[in-house]
Design a protein around this ligand. Structure first.
Ligand code: NAD
Length: 264
């Protein structure tokens, strides 16, 4: 299926690895020009080089990158100094650390809110009017399955991302919906990335279980009996960014191999 977005410009945050990289890769393969953002220049440069060398990348699709912390004003200014007229924005940043809510002070909460709620809102604010003016826009926020089924040790994530979800529910149904702009949230369950491995290693160590055993046990809790891949996550993201997805708006799209046990 031709997604009809070749030649569009996309901003993909947290794009040097994991789910953000999967999204950048899927968009580039559709002929979209992608500006990749992550903090560490050398890792990001290697990721951009990988996309440039991708045999599935149409020659017309360019790959650019800027090393910046997207959760800061300076980081976002560095991005917008390059361009602001993005047709597609994929918001994403690292998830907050796990822990006991008794240990989180105001600083920990502000950091989580900055990364997983206020930064996506700032990016939406910066890009949405231009999108409306051009009559096309796709914003996809990478959130978490924890928005639907909270994970006790990830309280910072549960709270911050729920705030973003509430904001998006309203903003996506505002005037922008009539101007060709959609905002959706894409909710990962367990995907095979560095973040998942780090969280599982921490949990395994705490309970004195071998990491390999813990991973296999976790996979068994998922009806699909496996973790998702960044590539399949990217494909869903690219579809939400496509011309075909213009009537999907304000949704929370869960990709979790069937792990969420609810009917709705
Ligand atoms: P990851 O750690 O593998 O990759 C995160 C990417 O974001 C990296 O490229 C990193 O450099 C970049 N990044 C982090 N903080 C940044 C910042 N401040 N500015 C710019 N770039 C930044 O993580 P992932 O597994 O790909 O997860 C992506 C998001 O999805 C996270 O918020 C995570 O909490 C959430 N999530 C992941 C899973 C999963 O199973 N992998 C499940 C639920 C939610």
């Amino acid at each position: 299926m031709d997604l009809g977005i070749a030649g569009k410009w996309a901003l993909v945050c947290g794009a040097s690895r994991g789910l953000g990289f999967g999204c950048a890769q899927a968009l580039v393969r559709e002929g979209v020009h992608v500006l990749m953002v992550a903090r560490r220049a050398e890792v990001l440069q290697a990721a951009a080089a990988e996309l440039e060398a991708d045999p599935l990348r149409p020659a017309s699709a360019t790959v650019q990158f800027v090393a910046a912390d997207i959760t800061t004003v300076e980081g976002r200014e560095a991005v917008f100094a390059l361009r602001r007229d993005f047709d597609i924005v994929v918001t994403n940043a690292g998830g907050p650390p796990p822990g006991d809510f008794r240990d989180w002070d105001r600083t920990a909460w502000i950091k989580a809110l900055d990364a997983n709620m206020l930064t996506p809102i700032e990016l939406i604010k910066a890009c949405v009017d231009g999108m409306m003016g051009r009559g096309f826009g796709r914003i996809v926020n990478i959130t978490s399955g924890a928005v639907k089924a909270p994970i006790d040790v990830l309280g910072l994530s549960n709270g911050a991302r729920s705030g973003l979800t509430g904001f998006v529910a309203g903003a996506s149904r505002s005037k922008l919906a009539g101007q060709g702009v959609t905002i959706n949230n894409l909710l990962p369950g367990a995907f095979d990335t560095a973040r998942l491995k780090a969280l599982m290693a921490g949990a395994a160590q705490k309970s004195g279980v071998n990491i390999g055993v813990a991973i296999e046990a976790r996979k068994k809790t998922i009806p699909a009996q496996r973790f998702g891949t960044p590539e399949e996550f990217g494909a869903i993201c690219a579809f939400l960014c496509s011309q075909h997805a213009g009537f999907i708006n304000g949704q929370n799209v869960l990709a979790d191999g069937g792990a969420y046990p609810g009917t709705y």
